[in-house]
Design a protein around this ligand. Structure first.
Ligand SMILES: [Zn+2]
Length: 128
């Protein structure tokens, strides 16, 4: 099963926590240890890939000037993301942010961010 999953899976984002994940057959394997979709196998493989990757992004991403974003996902579960303040920008009804620990960009629905007011001014981008 693991082999077949790997064969057909594609890299995506976990719908629960927005961490790096792989999806196939309607199943999601997530690299986030605290997530319900967590897969130890995928986590270890991702870590191994990171070590051999040429990009300097082999370390865990540490957000400079970090800001905490409190978020309620579609299951009503509360999440807290740590994002780089400089990475925040608004696009339509979403806030884009580069988050720890993977340094990936996520798109967060404004209506689900419960501490929007404490994020300060978020520059607008992408509307033309
Ligand atoms: Zn997840």
């Amino acid at each position: 099963m693991g082999f077949l999953f790997r064969l057909f899976s594609r890299r995506s984002q976990c719908p629960l926590c927005f961490c790096a994940a792989e999806a196939a057959f309607g199943r999601v394997e997530c690299a986030n240890p605290v997530c319900r979709n967590f897969s130890r196998e995928f986590h270890d493989r991702l870590a191994a890939n990171h070590k051999t990757a040429r990009s300097p992004r082999t370390e865990r991403f540490r957000a400079p000037d970090p800001v905490s974003i409190r978020y309620r996902n579609y299951l009503g579960e509360g999440k807290i993301f740590t994002a780089s303040r400089a990475s925040l920008y608004a696009k339509n009804n979403h806030i884009m942010a580069v988050i720890e620990p993977y340094g990936g960009s996520v798109s967060l629905c404004r209506d689900r961010i419960t501490n929007l007011g404490s994020l300060g001014p978020v520059p607008q981008r992408g509307e033309r």
